[in-house]
Design a protein around this ligand. Structure first.
Ligand code: COA
Length: 394
């Protein structure tokens, strides 16, 4: 996919807003329950806390909450394409984006679809949106990425769970990041992580998945740098897919070595650290995590990033990887939601181990009866329950 088609129009990310539920568990609590040294999670994985999905929320309500602050009357008129990326789908047929489209009152003149390829599909959605905007430059695209990362209680993946959604408005003349035209893309048939339809938790070969992630990064980088002519030093900052923040640090160290960069360890650290702050507290949000990382970078970096290039690496097990880049736009600071995002993370209620276990093991009944979910969340959109196999939202 090359975006050099019709003009020199800048197209890219006009706004990013994320949402995570108002419940979290401190990884200290999990460590003491499992009899594990908490430093394994804090230092070894780079994680401190993870958001937990209550029974009355799901990928639909999270995405609706993420998008709501971005949807004014103008955007309702301009959005005619909604792309919903997820690997926690709630229906085999209906796109989750249609519930969000309804909850937000978007225009009926709208294409709405769901995309799946593990944690990668939001990046495919972003590139499709850019191609679409070349054809429809007066419109905007709403990209939603929403996931509940579940590995299971007392598994190696447990401390890398989390949940959250991101809503991105893509447009011509974006206020935040103009996406550049070159990408390095790699697809390969690999069984490192998957989830059959009948399982609620992923099947994962965790160690193998980290190796495939790193190998795919190097292949994607090689193709991206060949096409674009951009070297490592021409990127001011880097954002990686963040299954856990230590993974992104390892990826950055490995890329720097492979690109024979002379950047010292401290400078390497500062190229990615502001982008990891939100994920350390929220955990993995699969499709959303790269873009929560992008918001974290733009909102927490002290230096002015205007006109600086960011390198992005997206990875979805199975696997597809993509390296691409974007240039931060002048005045981007005015279009951020720093206070809102930080207060979302700091105001979450901390769960005890038993409360976390109850939330984790709750399942919406599957018998077709009339069921009401227990009320936990004091939020605008809730999963009320189900009736006759239909999910009901407030
Ligand atoms: N203090 C500090 N660090 C410690 C420690 C302690 N007390 N105990 C262990 N560690 C370190 C280990 O040395 C290791 O670091 P390293 O990877 O740099 O060698 C790290 O903590 C993790 O320990 P490890 O024993 O390898 O963890 P694990 O086997 O329990 O699980 C994953 C790690 C990533 C495999 C597991 O969390 C997982 O399956 N996650 C889901 C899959 C995933 O996220 N894949 C990523 C690609 S998409």
């Amino acid at each position: 996919m090359s975006h050099v088609v019709s003009s020199e129009k800048k197209i890219g990310i006009d706004a990013i807003r994320f949402y995570t539920p108002s419940f979290a568990i401190d990884l200290h609590t999990i460590a003491s329950q499992r009899g594990i040294d908490p430093n394994k999670f804090h230092v070894g994985l780079g994680q401190h806390c993870m958001s937990v999905m209550p029974p009355d929320e799901d990928i639909v309500t999270m995405a609706a909450h993420a998008a709501l602050p971005l949807i004014d009357e103008q955007n309702k008129r301009d959005i005619h394409l909604v792309l919903f990326a997820t690997e926690s789908g709630v229906d085999q047929s209906k796109a989750a984006g249609l519930w969000v489209h309804h909850l937000l009152g978007l225009s009926s003149s709208c294409r709405v679809v769901e995309l799946k390829q593990a944690c990668y599909s939001a990046t495919c959605a972003l590139q499709l949106a850019i191609s679409y905007l070349h054809m429809h430059p007066t419109e905007k695209v709403l990209l939603l990425a929403s996931d509940n990362a579940r590995y299971g209680l007392n598994t190696p993946g447990e401390p890398t769970q989390g949940c959250g959604a991101v809503a991105i408005i893509l447009s011509v003349s974006p206020r935040l990041v103009a996406i550049e035209p070159h990408q390095g893309v790699v697809a390969d048939h690999v069984m490192d992580f998957w989830r059959p339809n009948y399982l609620n938790e992923a099947v994962v070969d965790g160690k193998y998945s980290t190796k495939v992630y790193l190998n795919t990064l190097l292949k994607c980088w090689e193709e991206y740098s060949r096409q674009s002519g951009h070297g490592f030093s021409e990127h001011a900052r880097f954002c990686y897919h963040i299954p856990f923040t230590r993974m992104a640090e390892k990826a950055h160290e490995r890329l720097s070595r492979s690109a024979s960069s002379q950047t010292c360890a401290t400078a390497l650290h500062s190229q990615i650290e502001p982008g990891l702050l939100y994920s350390k507290q929220l955990g993995n949000a699969y499709t959303a995590s790269l873009y929560i990382g992008c918001a974290s970078l733009l909102e927490n970096e002290l230096e002015d990033l205007s006109e600086k290039r960011i390198g992005f690496f997206s990875y979805g097990s199975g696997c597809v990887g993509e390296f691409f880049s974007g240039v931060v736009q002048r005045g981007y600071q005015k279009a951020l939601f720093r206070e809102e995002h930080q207060s979302l993370l700091t105001s979450r209620a901390k769960l005890s181990y038993e409360q976390y276990k109850d939330f984790f093991t709750y399942q919406l009944p599957e018998d077709g009866g009339d069921h009401t979910t227990p009320v936990h969340s004091a939020v605008r959109f809730r999963l009320l329950g189900c009736r006759n196999h239909e999910r009901l939202y407030q």
